[in-house]
Ligand binder design. Structure first.
Ligand SMILES: [Zn+2]
Ligand SMILES: [Zn+2]
Length: 166
């Protein structure tokens, strides 16, 4: 992302809380050092204020786990994905199945991967007004994009189940 204001972690949390309290349109990303969206070899907690198009980042040497959990709770409520659940993979669309199967294979092989669900208004989304799901196979830095008119909720649930099962 081109323009991001760098903030200390505590100030980024305060900014997110203020946005949330004023019911602004916001979301965040926790980027690992390996992530292709991340320009620096550190963890990056990225906060997007959609209304003003202002973006903030806090770089951290150690994964800011508590801070990202706090933001996730604010954004999504406390509803957590059940990592023991299984989606009905047969119900996935033809272009979704290869991504799910790839994730399942990598998970079985204990190889690193992660994904991003980029909302239509996300600054990282190059296909707005469509939704973009990015799947990153970190073992060969291969990135797969799935572009769709609506949120691919079944695939997303399936990926999150696999992700949190590890
Ligand atoms: Zn990534
Ligand atoms: Zn975003």
């Amino acid at each position: 992302m081109e323009f991001m204001t760098e903030l200390p972690l505590s100030e980024l949390i305060i900014t997110a809380t203020q946005l949330n309290d004023s019911q602004a349109d916001w979301h965040f990303h926790l980027l690992t050092p390996m992530c292709t969206l991340n320009a620096k070899p550190q963890y990056a907690l990225v906060l997007e204020d959609i209304g003003t198009s202002k973006n903030y980042v806090s770089y951290q040497a150690i994964k800011p786990f508590a801070a990202s959990n706090q933001l996730a709770k604010m954004l999504h409520g406390s509803g957590m994905i059940d990592p023991t659940g299984h989606i009905k993979a047969a119900e996935l669309a033809p272009d979704e199945k290869p991504i799910y199967n790839h994730a399942r294979l990598l998970t079985d092989q204990q190889r690193p991967w992660h994904h991003h669900m980029l909302f239509p208004n996300c600054a990282y989304n190059k296909h707005a007004p469509k939704w973009t799901l990015l799947f990153e196979d970190q073992s060969d830095t291969q990135v797969t994009s799935l572009v769709s008119d609506t949120e691919p909720t079944l695939l997303l649930t399936g990926l999150e189940q696999l992700f949190y099962r590890r």
